[in-house]
Structures are given as structure tokens and as C-alpha cells.
Design a protein around this ligand. Structure first.
Ligand code: BDR
Ligand code: CA
Length: 326
């Protein structure tokens, strides 16, 4: 069996980010949790990461605060889904632990340089990851892969075209998708399949652990806001999908394709443009000079885009994890 994957989880907790932290800390070798302003301001998401690690007794995992705002745009947050604190629902005391002094970007750069085969798992806007690649472009060749939650092969969730994480910092996302690092993309087309209903929450409520209680409090709040803000009948654990892909790859069916990010469109800024049909790629045996899309040819797939989730399998993983946590 392969040793636990070494990852850095870059997140903006966020209800679904909290589930990503729980799964990652339980099944992967988390070298650090880095935070990014997104669902809420940087101060709150950093506190929320610390609180989540305290609930699961994993304060051995260091937390590093990163950028408070996107590279170019103003920060957009999502209180309509995550509440004013970014993690409304569970009633928890302030964290007793504190973030490290080092900036998240410094931590990412230094860790990737010194540890072989690190996977980056961003579940918020991609600002920290792009900043690390800009600071030290040579790390691109050392990152095993970037397994992110963001974007979509089909519809958006923040605008008709764009998913929230990419919409918040499209310039950073463009940098990451065009970095040459292999990418696994769990877009909203996939994560909408990770729909935790009231019945599932009642099932989790039967698990007698502190972490399961925390999960239920998170889900009760998130179910409510998902219904009020987006008329959704269930809570989508978007970010947990990216982590589950690394833990149990068989839960996800994916396809290789070229993906880039729209930066200019009046209606499509922040859209992940997914070349599902390989129209921009060179197809062996075709004469590109005769192709009507010749001007776009020559791209190779830079990503695996997740298409289908084995949701019952995902729930089995989550439920077992919540049973095994404190
Ligand atoms: C993404 O946006 C955030 O609100 C969630 O935490 C998730 O990362 C879903 O579009
Ligand atoms: Ca998130």
C-alpha cells in the first residue's frame, strides 16, 4: 500500500472546508493547513481552521495564514452560505491554539522545495498557490499535483458561468491552470453530486463522537443556508470531494482535458473553459492545417476533470471517518 500522501491543504473554512480538513487529517499526511480569504475574511477562516483541528485533536498540524484578498479583484465572501463567522452553526469557544508566524506562501514554497512529492489541495480561491508559483516558479516541477475544488465542466454556482473559488480570484486560477503542474479538478458539476440530505444528517447524528456532533451542527446550518440562498434540497460538501479523490480515487470518474480560465468575459469572467471534446488539442493523425479550429490547436490536456462521484461510497468514507474521530 502507498504511504499516506503528503499534502498541504489550502482552505477558507467554510462548512465544506471543515469536512475537507476532517477527511484529510484522518487519512493523509497533512504537512500543514494554509488559509486564504474567501468564504470569510482571513482572520475568521484561520480561526475556523484552528477550531476544526482542535475538535478532532489534531493540533499537531500547523496552520499558516495566507493572503487576505485576491491578486487583482476585491474580495467577495459568502456569508449567505457560511454565516458571519464563516463557520456558523457549531457553538465553539475561541481556539486555544494559534497560527504559525510564517506566511502561508513561504511555508508552501519552502515545503515543496524541501519535501519530495507534495500534493497541494486548494479548496478556496487560488491566490496563495499562484503567489507561491510566482515567488518560486521552479517549484512547479516539484509539486506532485494540485487536486483542487473549483471551477466546473458545466454550470457555475456564483454566476451562470463561474464557480465561487475561481470567480473570487480568476487571475490566480489562470496562473495555476497554466503552470504545467498536473491538476485534478473537482468542479461544481461533480460536487453537486455530493448532496447530503436531512436523512443523511440524521444518520450521522447517531454516531456518538464529538466530531460527529460537530459535523451535524455544521450540516444543520449548511442545509438551511443552501435552501435559503440557493433553493438546494441538500448540503453540497464541495471541498470534501477533492480530498476524497486522493483517499479513494475509485470514488471519482474523471476525464483528461485542457482547462483554462476566462479573465475578460462580460458574462463569463472566472469560467473554467473545459475542452471536453479536445478541440484545442492535437489529435494524432489529423492535419491541423485543415482544421477550422487550427488557431487553437496544440494544447495538451493539463487536467483531469471529475465527472461522476460514487456518492454512497463517499458517505461510507465520511461516516467511518466520523466514527473513528474523537
Ligand atoms: C466552493 O465555494 C465555497 O463557498 C466552498 O467552500 C467551496 O470551496 C464551492 O463553490
Ligand atoms: Ca472552500
Amino acid at each position: 500500500m502507498e504511504a499516506r500522501r503528503k499534502i498541504i491543504l489550502d482552505c477558507d473554512p467554510g462548512h465544506d472546508d471543515a469536512f475537507a480538513i476532517i477527511l484529510a487529517a484522518s487519512h493523509l499526511d497533512v504537512l500543514g493547513v494554509t488559509t486564504i480569504g474567501g468564504n470569510c475574511c482571513l482572520g475568521n477562516v484561520t480561526k475556523n481552521a484552528l477550531k476544526t483541528l482542535e475538535v478532532i485533536d489534531r493540533t499537531d498540524i500547523p496552520v499558516y495564514a495566507g493572503h487576505s484578498r485576491p491578486m487583482v479583484a476585491e474580495l467577495v465572501t459568502a456569508p449567505q452560505f457560511h454565516g458571519e463567522s464563516g463557520l456558523d452553526g457549531p457553538v465553539l469557544p475561541d481556539p486555544v491554539t494559534a497560527p504559525q508566524k510564517e506566511h502561508a506562501v513561504d511555508f508552501i514554497v519552502e515545503t515543496v522545495k524541501s519535501v519530495d512529492g507534495v500534493t497541494l489541495v486548494p479548496t478556496g480561491p487560488l491566490t496563495n498557490i499562484a503567489a507561491a508559483l510566482n515567488r518560486a516558479p521552479e517549484i512547479a516541477g516539484r509539486i506532485r499535483e494540485i487536486c483542487l475544488m473549483g471551477g466546473s465542466v458545466t454550470f457555475g454556482n456564483w454566476t451562470p458561468a463561474a464557480e465561487f473559488n475561481i470567480f473570487v480570484d480568476p487571475e490566480a486560477a489562470y496562473r495555476v491552470f497554466n503552470s504545467g503542474v498536473p491538476i485534478k479538478m473537482s468542479g461544481v458539476n461533480l460536487t453537486r453530486q455530493c448532496a447530503v440530505s436531512r436523512e443523511r444528517v440524521d444518520e450521522i447524528a447517531k454516531i456518538p463522537t464529538r466530531t460527529a456532533k460537530f459535523a451535524v451542527d455544521l450540516l444543520n446550518f449548511f442545509l438551511g443556508t443552501s435552501k435559503e440562498a440557493a433553493s438546494l434540497p441538500a448540503a453540497n460538501l464541495h471541498d470534501a470531494c477533492a480530498v476524497a479523490w486522493l483517499i479513494r480515487p475509485e470514488l471519482i470518474t474523471a476525464a483528461p482535458m485542457h482547462i483554462t480560465v476566462e479573465l475578460k468575459g462580460e458574462f463569463t469572467r472566472g469560467m473554467t473553459v473545459c475542452d471536453y471534446r479536445h478541440l484545442r488539442c492535437e489529435t494524432p493523425g489529423t492535419d491541423v492545417t485543415e482544421s477550422p479550429t487550427m488557431g487553437f490547436r496544440g494544447e495538451r490536456p493539463n487536467a483531469e476533470a471529475a465527472l461522476r462521484l460514487d456518492f454512497p461510497g463517499f458517505m461510507d468514507l465520511l461516516i467511518q471517518t466520523l466514527r473513528d474521530c474523537p
